[in-house]
Design a protein around this ligand. Structure first.
Ligand SMILES: *Cc1c(COP(=O)(O)O)cnc(C)c1O
Length: 420
């Protein structure tokens, strides 16, 4: 059975008393510890760590990371605006987006860095800013990901410019006098060190191809175990061969390439917990009968189990702890059969009972590992449930609200009534 990470039953209880549940709780100490570990990534000629802010974009988290020296990766123009609103200097923000923002020219003029993620983006950049410096995101032709949906390299991924189109990149750059100063690859959220070493090698080949490149950004995708038995990426282990490859390139060509990495998951995955309450317990009968724990949260706060069959630790905090356990299927509060917290890891559509502390209606239940791609990636407002509050557990052990729970008025504010 899984146990609490940074919370204690007493602090979880306090969260339930001080705020309407469900509520996310982020741990400041864990955020700092992960940022420090990422900043120790092996490198030969300098390192920039960018936080991929789509993992969890709350301004409080951005500020904590900025104070520790992190830079930022934005996935849309809105994320750029959000980072600037949190006080992040535009020079520290890099945009790699699937969709070029409507206000791109204004954003770029404010000082942000840009990676063209398709040939058409590169040409648009060239037309608007001839002679400027920019980065190019390539799809190096292979990827690594926990599932088909999290694998963002290879022929079946739309992200980045296919590595064999380097000549087209060069000709667009020549046409507009653009200097390609950064090569970017991001292959997805896996942890295979061999795939990493190969992608770094292939990325360095692209660096050789473009002589003005000063920086190689290897993206994110460092797998983090959320469940106790899942493996986590050892940054030193995957980083050492990458460092050696940079040194080798320098010996051969004299080019001292700066390294950028861009983790999202690595920095925040285990830095947050979702505190929920068990609002009902129901059972079905017959030989296949099971018992369901119904939480007052679900895909409106954590979508990953429904989307990827992702496994998250679930910890019941029983009021009457008799040490007894029981198998449960844990489900969310939405009227939607896909709103499940205990999918079979090999099949998102099948439910897999999990052994938990025996629960009573009203007990607290904590879902761990919800720092990345939870609060920022939900089935928000489905069934008209309001967006949950976000709370920070600061280093003095005090709880601090960093996002209020949404109100019904806020949910309705953009609707326009009709006259009948
Ligand atoms: C999502 C993303 C990341 C972060 O990926 P993780 O798997 O969370 O580390 C980094 N770079 C880019 C371009 C991304 O889109």
């Amino acid at each position: 059975m899984e146990s609490l990470r940074f919370l204690t039953p007493e602090i979880a209880q306090k969260v339930g008393e001080a705020y309407t549940l469900p509520a996310y709780v982020y741990d400041w100490a864990t955020l700092e510890q992960r940022a420090t570990a990422a900043l120790a990534f092996p490198n030969a000629f300098g390192l920039t760590v960018r936080y991929a802010m789509k993992a969890s974009p709350n301004g409080a988290i951005l500020r904590i990371f900025a104070a520790l020296g992190l830079h930022f990766d934005a996935s849309s123009g809105y994320e750029v605006r959000r980072a600037i609103a949190a006080g992040i200097a535009p020079e520290r923000i890099s945009l790699s987006s699937q969709e070029l923002p409507e206000d791109f020219r204004e954003l770029y003029a404010s000082g942000i860095r840009f990676n063209a993620c398709s040939l058409s983006q590169l040409a648009a950049f060239g037309r608007w800013f001839p002679g400027h410096r920019c980065g190019v995101r390539f799809n190096p032709g292979l990827g690594s990901g926990g599932t088909g949906k999290t694998n963002v390299g290879g022929p079946h991924s739309s992200f980045g410019i296919w590595h064999e189109w380097a000549d087209e990149v060069a000709s667009i750059a020549a046409q507009y006098g653009i200097q390609i100063v950064r090569v970017h690859t991001h292959i997805g959220s896996g942890s295979d060190p061999q795939v990493w070493a190969r992608v770094a090698g292939m990325s360095l080949d692209l660096v050789r191809r473009f002589e003005q490149v000063e920086t190689l950004n290897l993206g994110g995708g460092y797998k983090v175990g959320r469940m106790r038995d899942e493996v986590s990426t050892d940054l030193a282990r995957i980083g050492e061969p990458v460092k050696a490859a940079f040194e080798h390139l320098a010996e051969e060509t004299g080019r001292r390439i700066h390294l950028e990495i861009e983790p999202g998951t690595y920095l925040v995955a285990n830095a947050a917990s979702l505190v929920t309450r068990i609002q009902d317990i129901v059972a079905t009968g017959g030989p296949d009968g099971v018992t369901f724990l119904k939480l007052n949260a679900g895909m409106t706060e954590i979508l990953r189990p429904s989307l990827y069959a992702a496994q998250h630790p679930i910890v019941v905090l029983p009021k009457n702890n008799a040490g007894k356990t029981k198998e449960y299927i844990v489900v969310g509060h939405c009227c939607e059969s896909g709103d499940i917290l205990t999918p079979d890891p090999s099949d998102a559509e099948t439910l897999l009972p999990r052994r938990l502390a025996e629960a009573e209606q009203g007990d607290l239940c904590v879902i761990e590992g919800v720092g990345a791609y939870c609060s920022g990636m939900t089935a928000k407002n489905y069934n008209s449930f309001p967006e949950a509050a976000e709370v920070l557990l600061n280093k003095a052990g005090k709880l601090q609200l960093i996002r209020k729970r949404q109100t019904l008025e806020q949910m309705l504010q953009n609707e326009i009534p009709i006259q009948l």
